[in-house]
Design a protein around this ligand. Structure first.
Ligand code: ZN
Ligand code: ZN
Length: 261
C-alpha cells in the first residue's frame, strides 16, 4: 500500500531527537512521500531548514511560505528570500502555508489578507500551487482566492480542511484539492465526516499536519507521518472503498497537483 502525507512539519525541533526513525516508520507504514511545510518567523531559517531536509531525502518535498500567524513579520526581505529560494531549489514544489487564521488572530487581519494576497500572486508568478490554511475565515479566504486564483491550472490545496460543504464546493470550483487531517477521526467530527463523504474522492488529499492533530487512537500524542494511514482508514469507510484504493487515489492526486512522480 502507498500513502502520501501531503502536509507535515518534521523539520522542527519536535523531531530533532528521532527524525530518522520517524521517516523510517513512515516508510514502513507505506507512507512513501511527504510534503514538509517550512513555517514560522521568516528570519529564523525555517525555509532553509525545510529545503535542507528535502535535499536529503528523495521523497520528501518542501513547501515554503509565510503563515498567517506570522503575517506581521512580512517585509521586503522575507519576500526576496522566498522568491530566491523558490528559484534556487527544485525541491520546493508548493508555496505555503499561506492564508487566514481568524481563530488565533496572531497577526492583524488586515495584514493577514494583504500578505496572503501577495503570496498568491508570487506563487502564480513562480508557477507553484498554493497550500492554504484557513481557520474561521472561510468567506474572506474564498473571496480572495476567487479574485486572485481563478484560472490557475494547478491551483493548490485547502489543507487541514475543517469548513462547511459550501466552502469545500467553492474550493473545488476554483480547482483546489481538499486535504483532510487527523481531526476527521475525532469523536465530535460528525459534521466534518458528512462533508468528506459528499466530496469526490479524486479531489481529496490526506495529511497529518504533524506534530499536531494526532488521529484517533493516538490523540494527544505527538503526531507523525506514519499516522496518515488512520485518516485514510476513515476516508475509506466514508467512501465505502478499500484502504488501499484510498491510498492509491490520494497519492495520484498529490502527484498530479504538485507535478511529481
Ligand atoms: Zn495550517
Ligand atoms: Zn501546517
Amino acid at each position: 500500500m502507498t500513502f502520501v502525507d501531503s502536509h507535515c512539519h518534521i523539520d522542527g525541533p519536535e523531531f530533532d531527537a528521532d527524525r530518522d526513525e520517524v521517516i523510517e516508520r513512515a516508510h514502513a507504514a507505506g507512507v512513501t512521500t511527504m510534503l514538509n511545510v517550512g513555517t514560522g518567523d521568516p528570519r529564523s531559517g525555517t525555509f532553509e531548514r525545510a529545503i535542507e531536509l528535502a535535499e536529503k531525502h528523495e521523497r520528501i518535498y518542501a513547501a515554503i511560505g509565510v503563515h498567517p500567524h506570522d503575517a506581521k513579520l512580512w517585509d521586503d526581505q522575507a519576500e526576496q528570500r522566498l522568491v530566491d529560494l523558490v528559484k534556487q531549489s527544485r525541491r520546493v514544489i508548493a508555496w505555503g502555508e499561506i492564508g487566514l487564521d481568524y481563530h488565533y488572530d496572531h497577526s492583524p487581519r488586515e495584514a493577514q489578507r494583504e500578505v496572503f494576497k501577495q503570496q498568491v500572486r508570487l506563487a502564480r508568478e513562480a508557477n507553484l500551487p498554493v497550500v492554504i490554511h484557513s481557520r474561521e475565515a472561510d468567506d474572506d479566504t474564498i473571496a480572495l482566492l476567487r479574485a486572485e486564483l481563478s484560472g490557475h491550472e494547478r491551483a493548490g490545496v485547502m489543507h487541514c480542511f475543517g469548513g462547511s460543504l459550501v466552502m469545500a464546493q467553492s474550493a473545488l470550483e476554483l480547482g483546489l484539492y481538499i486535504s483532510f487531517a487527523g481531526n476527521l477521526t475525532f469523536k465530535k467530527a460528525g459534521d466534518l465526516r458528512d462533508v468528506a463523504r459528499q466530496l469526490p474522492l479524486d479531489r481529496l488529499l490526506i495529511e497529518t499536519d504533524c506534530p499536531y492533530l494526532s488521529p484517533v487512537p493516538f490523540r494527544g500524542k505527538r503526531n507523525e507521518p506514519a499516522r496518515v494511514v488512520e485518516t485514510a482508514r476513515y476516508l475509506a469507510e466514508l467512501h465505502k472503498k478499500e484502504l488501499e484504493e484510498v491510498g492509491r487515489i490520494t497519492s495520484e492526486s498529490f502527484e498530479k497537483l504538485f507535478g511529481v512522480r
